[in-house]
Design a protein around this ligand. Sequence first.
Ligand SMILES: NC(=O)c1ccc[n+]([C@@H]2O[C@H](COP(=O)([O-])OP(=O)(O)OC[C@H]3O[C@@H](n4cnc5c(N)ncnc54)[C@H](O)[C@@H]3O)[C@@H](O)[C@H]2O)c1
Ligand SMILES: [Zn+2]
Length: 377
Amino acid sequence: MTAQLRMSEPTIVKVALDDRSYDIMIGRGVIASLGERIKALRPDAKAAIVTDSAVAKLHLAAAEKSLHASGITVSSIEVPPGEASKSYATFEKVCEALIAARIERDDLVIALGGGVIGDLAGFAAAAVRRGLDYVQVPTTLLAQVDSSVGGKTGIDSPQGKNLIGAFHQPVLVIADTALLDTLPKREFAAGYAEVVKYGLLGDAGFFSWLEANWNDVFAGGPGREHAIAMCCRAKAAIVARDERETGERALLNLGHTFGHAFEAAAGFSGRLLHGEAVGLGIALAFEFSAKRGLLDNDSVARVKRHLAAVGLPTAPRELQGPLPDIDRLMALISQDKKVKRGKLTFILVRGIGQAFVERDVDPAQVRAFLNEKLGGK
Ligand SMILES: NC(=O)c1ccc[n+]([C@@H]2O[C@H](COP(=O)([O-])OP(=O)(O)OC[C@H]3O[C@@H](n4cnc5c(N)ncnc54)[C@H](O)[C@@H]3O)[C@@H](O)[C@H]2O)c1
Ligand SMILES: [Zn+2]
């Protein structure tokens, strides 16, 4: 499935974090060089691939083939696909399987999958033997542009998403853009919300480029590799300046405060994917910023037009099923962002490509705004 010819030389983006620096290799067919790259990094390492059963059917053979060709001993650990695998139970299963496969400090864990696998396998790597090195081989658009870069790993608690985790940077990221050819269109569009986010938060030129080239990104032309590289460069630069999110890294949460509230209200179900919630959240963050007089309505309309063109929701009324209750949404928003001195923190915008952290948002203003968006219920 992935044995297509490489179209061009891969793009390499460096994440500069002193002795924890690493490369992101992006391109069509780069999974074929996984073994070679690992051999160069860790000549005597064994590897354990952690993946989900859906990805395993499509892409495990290509990963194993490349590792075998470089003479690397490989074992594999499969978990069920879906967010439910970011659980204590599956974490235990993965840790025990890594120990049973005798993966030690000089060996490597390989996360082959979407953000669920990257977060789960990365966290298992952080914990087993007090820290194993790991390689990210992201297979969803969301994972290639966001979750595989930056070292946030973790699982969910019954009390909330991503509450158990660690910062643990990978030693290498191999983002094969051809693997996305098998991704369902809906998952691709959801991941694309994060792509748009990078343009909107800090790079107006990239947003204009996306408006003109999104079809090529979806179709898997050279634009796809360019878009992914742009996102990785943007994330790498932000992470290099603020690895532990004490400041600027928070900008990556553009659209996520509103988005998470709708995602949680929908029960983290297939009804609303994370990226779809982010698309909606971005539209709401732009509208809310306009309401505060920060930017003009034309920019808001332009952003919503682009999100809608790729099939992302831009208003609560477009969501399937019953709309969430305003009290529930407000409770979720204050839980997500912690009310400090009676105020909420939001990522707002002064224009396309000009996001900033606003720590002084009055919850009553958010409630009035959302109430209006929910149709005055
Ligand atoms: N660590 C971070 O910085 C960070 C950032 C953003 C999101 N996340 C996490 O990422 C997770 C979401 O990631 P996701 O959207 O990639 O979800 P996912 O890993 O669940 O993948 C989505 C679905 O696509 C399938 N799939 C994966 N690759 C495929 C391929 N190439 N072809 C066909 N099907 C494929 C999977 O089996 C799964 O069913 C969430 O848990 C979120 O919390 C983490
Ligand atoms: Zn996100």
